[in-house]
Design a protein around this ligand. Structure first.
Ligand SMILES: [Zn+2]
Length: 208
């Protein structure tokens, strides 16, 4: 899908309706900066909001996908292609997320295994030192890697409004957390809640 084209189309339709970004935002329960993000092609409306957005702009979902007004059904083929592309992209993201989770699991098991070996297996002193150093290096490098990987996969769901979002690295690192939850400020409703980790942004296709 062509984000820029769709963004320009959203702006055009909004202006035709003589609404400001804030007015449109209020009508579909998002923030004005979200509208700005769409209009500048930096993001696409979530599936959950598309219907409402189209209703306010007086366009069809097909027109939104294409980023232009359609007067006949000559664009059907092009539309089908766009929809299939969107689904494939979502499926690919989910797969990447699952692989990330598995890698994190394996890394943690390996790390614990090394700790157990050092603690309980009887071996020569220098060998033990080598393993301790290896574990330390692994812990520092691997730990940083795991944090980056974990922060970049999946989404956190606000406990209050159920918005799914990706926290910034700074928020992620400093947030209080349990293995599956983090205390984060929701970008949509602004509340600080225990957000649970989700693999997909789309609520229906969530596989966790
Ligand atoms: Zn929220």
């Amino acid at each position: 899908m062509d984000n820029i084209k769709i963004g320009n189309f959203i702006r055009e339709c909004r202006k035709n309706k003589q609404m400001t970004q804030q007015q449109l935002a209020d009508k579909i329960f998002v923030e004005a900066k979200t509208i700005s993000k769409w209009e500048t092609g930096k993001g696409l409306p979530d599936v959950s909001i598309m219907k409402l957005l189209c209703k306010e702009l007086d366009i069809t979902i097909n027109e939104l996908f294409l980023g232009e007004h359609i007067s006949d059904d000559s664009k059907t083929e092009e539309l089908e292609k766009l929809i299939i592309q969107a689904y494939e992209k979502e499926a690919k993201t989910n797969k990447k997320n699952v692989i990330g989770e598995i890698l994190i699991g394996i890394s943690l098991i390996l790390f614990l295994l090394l700790v157990v070996i050092v603690a309980y297996v009887d071996m020569k002193g220098y060998l033990k030192n080598i393993i301790i150093i290896a574990v330390l290096i692994f812990f520092l490098l691997g730990g940083a890697g795991i944090v980056i990987l974990d922060a970049n996969i999946g989404y956190y769901e606000c406990a209050s409004c159920h918005e799914r979002f990706v926290p910034t690295m700074k928020e992620y690192v400093w947030a209080l957390h349990t293995p599956t939850k983090r205390k984060l400020v929701c970008p949509k409703c602004g509340e600080k809640t225990w957000c649970s980790k989700k693999l997909s942004q789309n609520k229906k296709s969530n596989i966790k």
